[in-house]
Design a protein around this ligand. Structure first.
Ligand SMILES: CC(C)(COP(=O)(O)OP(=O)(O)OC[C@H]1O[C@@H](n2cnc3c(N)ncnc32)[C@H](O)[C@@H]1OP(=O)(O)O)[C@@H](O)C(=O)NCCC(=O)NCCS
Length: 149
């Protein structure tokens, strides 16, 4: 499938798509839309979109710990498009962007009771680097680190 994949930074009109997981409240999404619209509405560097033949099929939301250290808040590919290289293409795009902007490592995490995304992170070269107990309504969160060198 990889020939049809296009990866790009989000625009303001992608923001509903990139928050469809529901982890962030509508009010917070609205505030983010207003903020991004006032900055650069055509290149939102904290959100990356994957398209397959022009259809949006996945996204990454990046955040920065202490406003400094890049962290994948969420990477998500629509279920019917998984296992076809889209997650890998999203990761490649953000790795290049972060290297070009001077970062040495990328962090990410996964719920402790979700073995599939943990296995994906390890397969993609992330190494486990920590654990927060009980952060998701009683379930822990496993943290990962990937060198960008
Ligand atoms: C995790 C997720 C983003 C992976 O995306 P994807 O598009 O299915 O992954 P890819 O097809 O790009 O996989 C890249 C490689 O990892 C392998 N892989 C895919 N899923 C895997 C898994 N669960 N365990 C181990 N390897 C896996 C693929 O076989 C592929 O290998 P290859 O490069 O040798 O061909 C996707 O499964 C998803 O959206 N999950 C739900 C959301 C989630 O849990 N996100 C992570 C927490 S933030």
């Amino acid at each position: 499938m990889s020939d049809g994949i296009a990866i790009r930074f989000a625009r303001v009109d992608d923001l509903d798509f990139a928050h469809q997981d529901g982890y962030i409240s509508d009010e917070m999404v609205k505030r983010k839309i207003e903020l991004y619209a006032a900055l650069n509405p055509d290149r939102i560097e904290e959100i990356v979109i994957a398209e397959w033949n022009g259809k949006r099929v996945g996204y990454v939301r990046l955040e920065y710990l202490w406003s400094v250290v890049p962290y994948i808040a969420l990477i998500r590919v629509l279920p019917e498009y998984r296992q076809q290289g889209i997650g890998k293409a999203l990761l490649r795009f953000i790795k290049t962007f972060l290297r070009d902007t001077g970062h040495e490592a990328l962090y990410s995490s996964s719920q402790a009771d979700e073995p599939e995304p943990q296995a994906w992170h390890r397969y993609m070269g992330f190494e486990e680097c920590g654990f927060i107990v009980g952060i998701n309504e009683g379930v822990g969160e496993v943290f990962f680190r990937k060198s960008l060198r």
